[in-house]
Design a protein around this ligand. Structure first.
Ligand SMILES: Nc1ncnc2c1ncn2[C@@H]1O[C@H](COP(=O)(O)OP(=O)(O)O)[C@@H](O)[C@H]1O
Ligand SMILES: CC(C)(COP(=O)(O)O)[C@@H](O)C(=O)NCCC(=O)O
Length: 226
């Protein structure tokens, strides 16, 4: 049976791909479902880098595993989201040049794939929300920023107000990391993940060659299993 629903469990959200019969895939992101999962929410194929609910562990035969992603030289500990994004970007770029993928999720992962399609290492850094959360939890004076996420309303480059200074600081740290990677590894950066819409215009404004592909991980997932 060809799959109609696929799920990737991230560390913040669950990423879904759905289609009805042969129609095109639709992508959405939800908060994690809480146990007990309704029977109707067992996807045809699933993968995880986040916590796996007991109900899904019972469907191990439907799990997409790292060794089923054709990225060469992937070490056994590599997150399957990184393998999917890396391999997907390499294929989309024609399969003949090295690529650099940034998945701006809970953790911002930067994954290099060589021109030969081999895993080429990368960088990991706490993502936007996690950095803000760490500052709030690890200090006496810094605020916990609200559940609606950081407010990125236009503000001065060097804000006086604490919450804006935290947000600007984190944003600049991520932009600097991506910019620095591109200087070391020239070529377009493939960008996906929950914070990609925030980072994309800022990277373009800095002259970074960036390809925003919001559903890169799940598009690669469904290409692989369909
Ligand atoms: N509803 C949300 N829940 C959590 N993070 C969100 C949400 N909406 C946007 N984000 C942003 O997306 C980032 C997480 O990206 P996402 O791709 O959902 O992560 P993961 O794949 O690790 O689950 C956070 O840093 C946060 O700033
Ligand atoms: C780096 C990650 C935590 C990113 O997960 P995410 O933020 O997308 O939920 C995940 O890909 C992971 O657990 N990787 C295993 C270690 C590695 O890739 O080296």
């Amino acid at each position: 049976m060809t799959p109609q629903q696929c799920l990737l469990i991230g560390n913040s959200r669950w990423h879904w791909a759905d289609r009805a019969h042969a129609s095109r895939w639709l992508f959405r992101h939800t908060d994690p479902l809480v146990e007990p999962l309704p029977k109707t929410s067992t996807p045809d194929r699933w993968a995880a880098v986040g916590k796996i609910p007991a109900a899904l562990s019972q469907h191990a035969d439907q799990q997409l595993l790292l060794d089923q992603v054709p990225l060469k030289d992937a070490p056994p500990w590599l997150g399957i989201d990184r393998a999917l994004a890396g391999w997907g970007a390499w294929l989309r770029s024609g399969g003949g040049e090295g690529v650099c993928v940034v998945d701006a999720g809970t953790v911002l992962s930067l994954t290099r794939v060589t021109a030969a399609g081999c895993f080429g290492g990368g960088w990991l850094c706490a993502g936007l929300r996690l950095q803000l959360q760490a500052m709030g939890e690890g200090t006496a004076a810094l605020p916990a920023l609200g559940p609606d996420g950081p407010c990125l309303d236009p503000c001065p480059t060097f804000p006086a107000e604490t919450a804006s200074a935290m947000t600007q600081g984190v944003l600049q740290s991520l932009l600097g990391l991506i910019h620095g990677a591109q200087l070391r590894c020239p070529g377009p950066v493939w960008l996906c993940g929950g914070d990609a819409p925030l980072l994309f215009p800022e990277l373009k404004a800095r002259g970074v060659e960036v390809q925003h592909t919001p559903n890169l991980v799940m598009e690669t997932f469904v290409d692989l299993v369909s």
